[in-house]
Every structure is written in C-alpha cells, then in structure tokens.
Design a protein around this ligand. Structure first.
Ligand code: HMG
Ligand code: MG
Length: 306
C-alpha cells in the first residue's frame, strides 16, 4: 500500500449496480435475484446501494418490479437504499414503498433531456421542482444527477458552464448531493478536474463515470485530487443507459476498490466478497463481468483451487 498526498482518507462508494447496472439488461431478471444481489452488496460492506427506479415501466421494463422488489428486500439498518424518481407519479410510488432517499436525474443537454425525459433542458425543471419539494416535505433525502457532463452523442462536447448551470440549480432546490454523470464515458482527467473546479467547491459533488473509453478510473483519480469523496460505481462494471446508445458499463466497483485499497483510502468494502458477488451475478446474466479486477481475482481464485 502506498499513499499519495492530496487524496481523501476515506471514500464513499455509491453502488449503482442494481439500478444503472441492471436497467439495460434485455432478459428479465427475477425479482428474487435482484433482492439477493442487493443483500450480497450490503453484506460486502456497502452503505449506499441505489436499488431501483420508479420510472415509467414501459420506458425501462427491467425495473418495472420496483415496488415488488422493495417489498421483498430485507432493508438493513444503517444502509441507504436510494431509488431514481423522475416525477410526482414516481414519487408517489416510491413513498408507497417506504423509501427514505430518492435521486432525480437531469440532463446537461437539450437532446438527452428529450430522449431520456421526454422534455427539454428547461422544462425538465418543471418536472423536478415539485418532486424535490414534495420529497423534502416527506423528510426524504434527495440526490441529483446531471448527465452528459463531458459530451453528448448528438451535440458533441458539453460546455462546462452549461453543466454548472443545471447542477447548481439542482443543489439550490435542496438536493444534498450532485452526481456528475459521464453517461457515455468520453471524459478525460483534465476535463474532470476543470469541471469539479468550476463548481467552486467539491463538497456536495459525487462523480459517476461510465468506462466506455477506459477513462473512468483516471477521471476518478482526478476528481479525488480535486476534493470529491463520493464515487459512483457498479458491480463488475455492468450498466449503461437505454436512451444513449453509445453508453456502456459504469466504472467497476472492484476496479475502484483495488485502486483505493492500494492508495490506503478506506471504503469499508470487502473486495473478495465484491468479486464473489460479481461472479455470482455474471452467472445469472450469462456473460463474464467486464471488470479487469474481477477477471484477474476470479482467475487467481480458480487457479489456486487446482
Ligand atoms: P412521459 O411519457 O412524458 O410521462 O414520461 P407523462 O407524464 O406524459 O405520463 C404519461 C403516462 O405515463 C401517464 O399514464 C402516467 O401516469 C404514466 P396515463 O395517464 O397515460 O395512463 N407515468 C408513469 N407511470 C409509472 N411511473 C412513473 C410514471 N410517469 C408517468 N414514474 C418520464 C416521462 C420521465 C416518466 C419517462 O420519460 C421516463 O420514465 N423516463 C425514464 C428514463 C430512465 O429511466 N432513464 C435511465 C435512467 S437515467 C441514467 O441512466 C443516467 C444516470 O445513470 C447518470 C448518467 O449516467 O449520466 C442517472
Ligand atoms: Mg449512469
């Protein structure tokens, strides 16, 4: 283990596997498998697991079972189980399921707002404002995402001030945290540093990097150096957004934890248990995990058995 100056002592890994990871899966995954997956993540030390979405079931059929899943899930004390909520209909459904934390998800670009939310850059706020206010009235915590922070497949590079404009507005509405989403994984470390710095303070920021171009870990390192301490990641690197064709998996939780362990940064996570969960899930999804660390450690475990 070798520490580096200028990095945090501890990082919160915000696990998005059950939501971002599974939302793009075509074959229906049984609700019991989802519940077991989430419980395995909790057992491996996760303290925050984004569990599902209360979006329109026709838009994301894989997560149409969100109510059933939450009813089945044995929620452990001290663990946060946030869910995505786009609108008041989604908030009502989430409240019925007894959720304590939600996340709204905005776009930094006009085209993705239209594709993902069926409304424009400005009108997305008409949808989110009552959701955030209603959730806060019910005592819920509200996280916010802003997507396409570095670039968008239709519009090209996203101007930094456009991202800060959308993000700052969400924070002003009362969201406790803003997660910066590189939905299509096009960012590079200098861009990540510039974006975090443009917000003025990293304190309420999290990062959410997809690994399409293999830059997610490098961008995470840049964000950590700029003061961010909350990093979104997905079990085994699964995931993607159904409304952005070029989006692939998120930063793999195991790749992140390998790097953080090597740097002596605490996460409270048990890497062996995370890898075992990824291998277990990959068997259920019918294909190997894209995570390099999962591949390396599961191969090693197999060769030691021989
Ligand atoms: P819409 O069709 O514009 O909604 O969808 P509407 O308000 O016009 O309502 C139409 C009908 O849908 C109505 O039914 C509503 O009741 C129903 P009708 O009266 O006609 O019978 N409806 C709902 N039903 C159940 N649950 C709901 C709901 N809302 C409306 N919540 C909406 C607008 C936003 C709902 C739709 O566009 C949607 O569900 N989008 C979801 C998109 C999504 O889930 N994307 C993936 C997650 S975002 C992501 O992955 C990026 C992220 O990871 C960060 C990053 O990587 O950058 C977070
Ligand atoms: Mg995402």
């Amino acid at each position: 283990m070798h520490k580096l100056d200028g990095l945090p002592e501890r990082v919160t890994v915000y696990e998005v596997g059950p939501r971002d990871g599974l939302q793009n899966e075509k074959a229906v995954i049984p609700v019991e498998v989802k519940a077991e997956f989430i419980d395995r993540l909790a057992a491996a030390g996760h303290t925050v697991i984004e569990t599902t979405s209360f979006v329109h079931p026709k838009w994301v059929p894989q997560l149409a079972d969100s109510g059933e899943l939450l009813a089945m899930l044995q929620r452990r004390p001290g663990i946060r189980y946030p869910v995505l909520v786009p609108n008041l209909k989604g908030l009502d459904r989430a409240l019925e399921s007894g959720v304590e934390e939600i996340a709204v998800f905005a776009s930094a670009t006009e085209t993705f707002a239209n594709r993902n939310l069926n409304r424009g850059l400005e009108s997305q706020f008409e949808m989110f404002e009552p959701v955030i206010a209603g959730a806060l009235e019910h005592g819920l915590k509200v996280r916010a995402y802003v997507s396409m922070v570095f670039g968008d497949p239709w519009e090209g590079p996203t101007p930094i001030e456009q991202v800060v404009g959308v993000g700052a507005r969400l924070l002003d509405l009362g969201c406790f945290e803003l997660s910066l989403g590189d939905t299509i994984g096009v960012g590079t470390p200098g861009h990540a540093t510039a974006l975090v710095e443009a917000f003025g303070s990293p304190e309420r920021l999290a990062v959410h990097f997809h690994d399409t171009y293999g830059q997610a870990l490098a961008n995470t390192m840049a964000a950590l150096k700029a003061g961010v301490t909350v990093v979104d990641a997905s079990t085994g690197g699964i995931g993607g957004c159904p409304f952005a064709g070029s989006a692939t998996g998120n930063l793999a939780t195991e790749d992140l934890v390998w790097m953080l362990n090597g740097l002596g940064i605490e996460t409270g996570l048990n890497l062996d248990e995370l890898v075992a969960t990824s291998v277990w899930l990959a068997e259920r999804l019918g294909r190997p995990s894209p995570s390099r660390v999962v591949q390396a450690l599961s191969q090693k475990a197999l060769s030691q058995k021989d």
